[in-house]
Design a protein. Structure first.
Length: 548
């Protein structure tokens, strides 16, 4: 009888049964004056006692302005040291930190603040072309629950920090003693492609343990310096990055407020970073720098590539040219804190470049038939589901939407199509909604993308389905060419594919582009790509063709 696509992560390392504040205090006692945080843009640095002391001061300030356990406190800013300290400070008083995407504009900001019921907003003043102050002041009158806005780096921030003087250290300790690690302390809004975003609600236990075990599998110690060009408002930055580092006494390195490939590599070189995070497009941008070879990246040993499917060819270059021989691939989603599977340090090249790893410690995964809900045999494609400490409490104030994704047995249904191999390693083959059905054949764009990455002229590629009157759907490949590469059309691409992949998997259309429409976290917006291609190719009529 074939083995089923089910696995659970056994471990001799126990889950952490403490709050985030207690964990930071325990780390500080253990590592003493070790480096904790570096902000490269301002050259500010904190050791662990300094970061703990600053976070406690901000926690007392929160109490001083009346913030209580369970109150929602929003944070809208690019990456900065204040973001990190506020992350720990809100957790210390049991406030629910509401992460606001720095790319949001007024309508999105107002929605998140209203839906979460935020009492207090911390905001950047401005950055590049974004006038955060003007936008915050525009929406402020319409929000009855929003009591104040504090602008980071402005006089309002100074007044806020001074409120710490009105609250004693003993008062903060009493509040911390009243907290449970099962309390919700974070809301992260998912960047859905349709409808309004939903607020995934996460607890101390959810995110502290996930960050801890991600870093545990990467082998972090007090000697590691973790360079984080990924956004803090997302789990990749604040959980896998910040909490992963501080739970092990490692240092957080902030290379720039927003991702900049040259600033990132400069930070790695200057701070002798041992670990570097990024989504695939970030690594592609770093590898594509004209002066890439001039950076000394020899200090790197590990890091994470996650957030979207990781191209095999890119991973190979990261390992060989960036010295990240122990780089890991992690897979997950905001609703699962986020990581469910991860590669291991001792995995061979094939596992670390062609899978998203195996189940994390203390977590279960299974792959089910989307129609029947039954677990499929290993090697078969189905929907990946996960269960364990990492699954969110639910979507904030939306029990019906929560019930749509978390079933009665506690399984989170991810919407991702996956295959579990005989050795338990998982390969993500696409989204249920991204699957293309051409002439009755199920096509997984991920498989075609992996093949097209081997083309010598292609730097990046995304494949989507577009309507077709005869076959129901056809494939279009959005392609970014390598610098200096000759043009590529559908005919020459078909010649490259012919005899190497099945005929029905060869893209009928090719669109050469400079970039893909993407979310801030680096996820490609395939719904938008499908819409654009349908319009450009004049296929709107085919989209309305009725089928049986």
């Amino acid at each position: 009888m074939a083995a089923l696509s089910y696995a659970h992560g056994t471990s001799t390392v126990a889950l952490l049964g403490e709050t985030i504040g207690a964990n930071l205090e325990a780390t500080t006692r253990r590592v003493g004056n070790a480096l904790a945080l570096v902000e490269c843009a301002t050259e500010r640095r904190w050791d662990y006692p300094g970061l703990l002391g600053w976070s406690r001061k901000l926690a007392r300030s929160l109490l001083g302005v009346g913030v209580a356990k369970g109150d929602r406190v929003a944070l809208w800013s690019p990456n900065c040291a204040e973001w990190v300290a506020l992350q720990y400070a809100t957790a210390m008083v049991g406030a629910v930190l509401v992460n606001v995407n720095p790319a949001y504009r007024t309508s999105e900001l107002e929605f998140v603040l209203r839906q979460s019921g935020a009492r207090l907003l911390f905001s950047a003043t401005s950055f590049r072309h974004s006038d955060y102050r003007a936008m915050a002041e525009q929406v402020r009158p319409a929000l009855d629950r929003l009591e104040d806005v504090v602008y980071i780096g402005d006089t309002s921030w100074d007044r806020f920090e001074s409120m710490s003087e009105s609250v004693s250290a003993e008062a903060l300790e009493a509040v911390e003693a009243s907290l449970s690690f099962d309390d919700p302390i974070n809301i992260q809004y998912t960047s859905g492609t349709t409808g309004f975003p939903k607020g995934a609600t996460l607890t101390h236990h959810n995110i502290l343990n996930n960050g801890f075990f991600v870093a545990e599998l990467l082998g972090y110690t007090v000697d590691d310096r973790v360079c984080l060009p990924v956004p803090f408002y997302h789990c990749f930055g604040m959980v896998m990055g910040n909490l992963g580092a501080t739970s092990h006494g490692s240092a957080i390195v902030i290379p720039a407020p927003l991702f900049d490939p040259e600033a990132t590599l400069s930070a790695v070189q200057a701070e002798r970073a041992t670990s570097l995070y990024g989504v695939p497009t970030m690594f592609i941008a770093e590898l594509g720098l004209d002066n890439f070879a001039s950076f000394d990246l020899s200090s790197l040993r590990t890091g994470l590539m996650a957030g979207s499917p990781c191209p095999v060819e890119v991973m190979k270059r990261v390992q060989s040219e960036m010295h990240m021989h122990e780089v890991g691939i992690a897979y997950g989603m905001t609703e699962t804190s986020p990581v469910s599977t991860q590669t291991r340090r001792d995995d061979d090249l094939e596992r670390r470049t062609e899978t998203v790893g195996r189940v994390m410690p203390h977590i279960e995964v299974k792959i089910v038939d989307p129609a029947s809900g039954l677990t499929v045999d290993r090697g078969a494609t189905g929907e990946l589901c996960t269960r364990g400490y990492s699954v969110m409490s639910g979507y904030w104030a939306e029990p019906d939407k929560t019930a749509e994704v978390i079933d009665m047995a506690g399984w989170m249904h991810t919407g991702d199509l996956a295959v579990m191999r005989d050795d338990g390693y998982v390969n993500i083959v696409g989204r249920i909604k991204d699957m293309v059905i051409r002439g009755g054949e199920n096509i997984y764009p991920r498989e075609i993308e992996e093949f097209l990455y081997t083309h010598p002229r292609i730097a990046d590629v995304a494949v989507v389905g577009v309507p077709d009157a005869a076959y129901g759907e056809e494939l279009v490949a959005w392609i970014q060419l390598r610098p200096g590469a000759e043009p590529l059309d559908a005919g020459s691409l078909a010649d490259f594919c012919r005899g190497r992949i099945a005929h029905h998997k060869i893209p009928r259309y090719v669109r050469i582009c400079e970039s893909f429409p993407m979310t801030v976290t680096g996820k490609i917006r395939k719904v938008e790509m499908r819409q654009v291609s349908t319009g450009e190719l004049g296929l709107s009529g085919a989209a309305s063709t009725r089928t049986a």
